[in-house]
Design a protein around this ligand. Structure first.
Ligand code: SF4
Length: 172
């Protein structure tokens, strides 16, 4: 489901595509999908069931029949009219390019089929992690969440948050 930039759903929340440049200006731009730097992972790794959003069943690990050898979508300008609406709204939160370029060092699943199964298994895990990071970043832009901003910054920096006072364990 490699969503090309010009395929993006016009109804998609604007926040999903608005990169932040400062820590509190929103989620990290690296959490935006960059299909051009991905090996079409969402078009092969995911199990898809025929529905209003995708017209055919597809097993995990089976490349979509529209996925080209260059990892581009062969029908990306006709997705909606051909019944692939789900492909225009799916968002990997940048997990695709992270798994492709960093976790697996740029080795794609066609040239390195031995790593394909692990690569496909990692994608949904990475996506969940990236989605959580997105929400943490987004919360830093929300005024009602201000009392939590310090904790959020600690979490984003990878540091353990101090337990809330009411939940601290007594020592001794
Ligand atoms: S139609 Fe197939 S190749 Fe195109 S974006 Fe959807 S899953 Fe990917």
């Amino acid at each position: 489901m490699s969503v090309q930039p010009d395929d993006r759903d016009p109804d998609r929340p604007a926040g999903r595509t608005g990169p932040g440049t400062e820590p509190d200006a929103g989620p990290d731009p690296a959490l935006r999908a960059d299909c051009g730097d991905c090996f079409g992972l969402c078009c092969v790794a995911l199990t898809l069931t025929a529905s209003a959003d995708f017209p055919a069943d597809k097993d995990a690990g089976e490349p979509c029949r529209h996925l080209g050898t260059d990892f581009r979508c062969g029908i990306h300008r006709r997705l909606r009219e051909q019944g692939y609406r789900g492909c225009t709204v799916y968002d990997c939160f940048g997990a695709g390019q992270k798994v492709s370029r960093i976790t697996f060092g740029g080795q794609d699943w066609r040239r390195e089929p031995g790593s394909a199964e692990r690569m496909f298994a990692v994608l949904p895990v990475m996506r969940q992690l990236h989605e959580l990071l997105w929400y943490l970043g987004e919360a830093l832009t929300l005024e009602p969440a201000r009392p939590l901003h310090d904790e959020l910054r600690e979490a984003l920096a990878g540091r353990p948050c101090p337990a809330p006072a009411g939940r601290r364990r007594r020592s001794g």
